[in-house]
Design a protein around this ligand. Structure first.
Ligand code: SF4
Length: 352
């Protein structure tokens, strides 16, 4: 049986580089979109044929800043995906966007071309902090895009960053209260991390301590109106990001574009898949099971204890640490709230 797939399309261009950004992205607001789209479409044609046009549950355009793309190129790419794959009737099509790159007309064009879910890089509700982060937009730009998207009747998510220098738990509680007042059904809150080779990585920033970060993390859970369903993701029930949930649960996905990688399954064999058509390496079942534990355990609902996972899991560790791990009624192993704070250590001990 051919499994149901998910597709990730990487758009690696941004208007400029943010101070904290370690993602694969180029500061180039006006690339040759025709050439870029044609490259993407040739990969779509290749994988559609190679995998015999499987069913597709979700498509995710991530970046970079995919909303910089002129909507006609987005339309062309999604049309090629529709031609080469069998998109579910309710296929979730997400577009990552940054405020200031997408006005009302462009948003309408993207929605008409097939976007069903918009993810907005808001990052902060303080203009001062946006400037510090090296973002090009203002809070007003972000709020304009959000209210425009709400009118389009599509699903909406917003990204935020917390744990900046001098942030206190009270600041984060206030930020969550402000987020609540927007009335979002989905948002992601990421802790600021200093990566080498970024502007921030070269500065000597006075960051909150690990204990302060842990207090902020707990305060988010207590203050946001939405429920945490993954380490950094929060949603009203039924508004989770299906693309990410499928990938975290271990469903196959295809990465399209430079810098994108996927996991595909042909027969019973898993392969690493890259945007470059030729890269096609086998992944043994143990490695794939460990990958599924790493991504599955990031979810509040945890990882399904199926036969592949049973082969690699250290059940003694799971059963002897009830304060960190529990078994759910649908046969999943999940981290407790306390366990979520030391997830990396737990995952290391869970596998053998
Ligand atoms: S918009 Fe996102 S991908 Fe682009 S530079 Fe900023 S953080 Fe990086």
């Amino acid at each position: 049986m051919i499994p149901e797939y998910n597709i990730y399309v990487h758009v690696p261009f941004c208007s400029s580089k943010c101070n904290y950004c370690a993602f694969f992205s180029h500061a180039c607001a006006n690339p040759d979109w025709d050439q870029y789209a044609n490259g993407i479409i040739s990969e779509i044609n290749y994988w559609g044929k190679k995998l015999c046009a499987p069913d597709v549950a979700t498509v995710f355009f991530g970046g970079g800043t995919p909303s910089l793309m002129p909507p006609q190129f987005f339309d062309k790419i999604l049309t090629a995906i529709r031609k080469n794959f069998n998109l579910d009737q309710n296929c979730e099509v997400t577009l990552e966007s940054n405020p200031g790159t997408i006005n009302h007309d462009r948003l309408v064009d993207f929605c008409n071309a097939g976007v069903t879910r918009l993810s907005v890089g808001v990052q902060s509700l303080s203009d001062e902090k946006l400037k510090f982060l090296g973002r090009r937009h203002t809070v007003k730009d972000a709020m304009n895009l959000i209210s425009d998207a709400i009118k389009q009747n599509i699903r909406l998510s917003a990204d935020f960053i917390y744990g900046m220098p001098h942030d206190t738990t009270d600041d984060i509680i206030k930020m969550c209260q402000d987020i609540n007042s927007i009335g979002l059904r989905h948002c992601s809150l990421y802790e600021l991390t200093l990566e080498p080779n970024t502007v921030f990585g070269k500065m000597n920033l006075d960051m909150p301590s690990n204990t302060e970060m842990a207090d902020m993390y707990m305060a988010i859970d207590d203050t946001l109106d939405l429920q945490r369903y993954e380490v950094s993701n929060y949603a009203a029930p039924g508004f989770e990001c299906a693309h990410n949930q499928n990938v975290w649960d271990g469903a196959p996905y295809i990465g399209i574009g430079r810098g994108a990688a996927g996991r595909i399954k042909i027969g019973n064999q898993w392969y690493e898949q890259m945007g470059n058509n030729e890269v096609f390496a086998k992944i043994d079942s143990k490695t794939r099971a460990i990958e599924r534990i790493i991504t599955g355990m990031r979810q509040v609902r945890g990882v399904k204890l199926d036969p592949g996972i049973q082969k690699v899991i250290n059940m003694d560790f799971v059963t002897s640490n009830p304060e960190l791990l529990n078994m759910t009624t649908d046969n999943r192993i999940a981290a407790t709230k306390q366990g979520m704070l030391i997830l990396d250590d737990i995952i290391l001990n869970m596998t053998r």
